[in-house]
Design a protein around this ligand. Structure first.
Ligand code: BDR
Ligand code: CA
Length: 313
């Protein structure tokens, strides 16, 4: 097999972040160089701990986990315990991690790793608010052309928002950071709600994880059963959207997704539409296309991939 693709996952676990981490750690096509935690679904002290819990669940206590930004760049932190529970990972009973948190700040790790690695060799996978990534770009702009690509979960256009009528959670929490990232010139692949709302954790898909019978797979089923209840009530669907694993699935099997190159700008000025991702799907502005915006997913293929990979752990 070709060399594994080197990735850094920036994350705020979060049950769906956790499943994304497990998918990456189960996949030999990917080398997880490090995990950087950010404040988002729950405060940073919990997201960094949750990231370590998940590494241990995958049997990968060798992965370095770094804590990053404790709050967004400009605005106050907004969290989502109503979705993810008090711990951020409610559902399974996971032990406190024994692997250490790295001493280095996540932003230092990002900057130093990207400056040291061969240019174009590292992909960033942000699954939460973009604070750490934006801070790294502000601190050391020379990293921008060295990043192979940013593949991120965030935003929404045709679906609207899930946190306000206009904004998706990750972008809403730190719209100023998102603005820095979307203006960076780095190749971007965006997994918005338009895709993730089609990746539903239906009862039979969750049962397929449980039936695998291994500890990580049963923990996934327990996480999803907790996580989906909020969105099932909100949307009236069988299952909730499994957002963040779409990012990792795209790296493994891009054919599961379809979309197009567009200009995307982030609203940072209006309180009413703060954090909206304005996607020029029809190219009505002629502005430079700065992101590949995904719109569709083969949901059965996505869950088949996930189930097969989680079964390897
Ligand atoms: C995003 O927000 C978080 O709640 C999820 O982990 C996902 O990254 C979906 O809007
Ligand atoms: Ca997330």
């Amino acid at each position: 097999m070709a060399d594994a693709r080197r990735i850094i996952i920036d994350t705020d676990p979060g049950q769906d972040d956790a499943v994304a981490l497990l998918l990456a750690l189960a996949s030999p096509e990917l080398e997880v160089v490090g995990i950087t935690a950010v404040a988002g679904n729950v405060p940073l002290s919990l997201t960094e701990r949750n990231a370590r819990k998940i590494c241990e669940l995958a049997g990968r206590s060798d992965i370095p986990v770094f804590a990053g930004a404790i709050r967004p760049m400009v605005r106050d932190l907004v969290t989502a315990e109503q979705v993810h529970g008090k711990s951020g990972l409610d559902g399974p009973d996971l032990p406190e991690p024994s692997m250490p948190l790295q001493q280095r700040h996540a932003v230092d790790f990002l900057v130093e790793t990207l400056m040291e690695a061969e240019a174009g060799s590292v992909t960033l996978c942000p699954l939460g608010p973009l604070t750490n990534v934006a801070l790294a770009l502000v601190r050391e702009p020379r990293i921008a052309p060295r990043i192979r690509e940013i593949v991120m979960m965030g935003g929404g256009f045709f679906e609207g928002g899930n946190t306000t009528p206009a904004a998706e959670f990750n972008i809403f929490v730190d719209p100023h950071a998102a603005d820095v990232v979307f203006r960076s010139g780095i190749p971007l692949v965006m997994m918005p709600l338009d895709v993730t709302h089609k990746a539903l954790t239906t009862a039979s898909r969750v049962a397929a994880f449980r039936d695998l019978g291994t500890r990580p797979a049963v923990a996934v089923a327990e996480m999803l059963e907790f996580f989906e209840r909020f969105d099932e009530r909100k949307y009236g669907t069988d299952g909730g959207p499994l957002h963040d694993p779409c990012v990792v699935a795209w790296l493994l099997k891009p054919d599961l997704f379809s979309g197009r190159a567009c200009n995307v700008m982030v609203e940072t000025g209006s309180e009413l539409t703060m954090g909206m991702t304005v996607v020029d799907w029809w190219d009505v502005t002629g502005r430079e296309k700065n992101a590949t915006v995904m719109r569709d997913i083969d949901a059965d293929g996505f869950f088949a991939l996930l189930t097969e990979r989680i079964g390897r752990l």
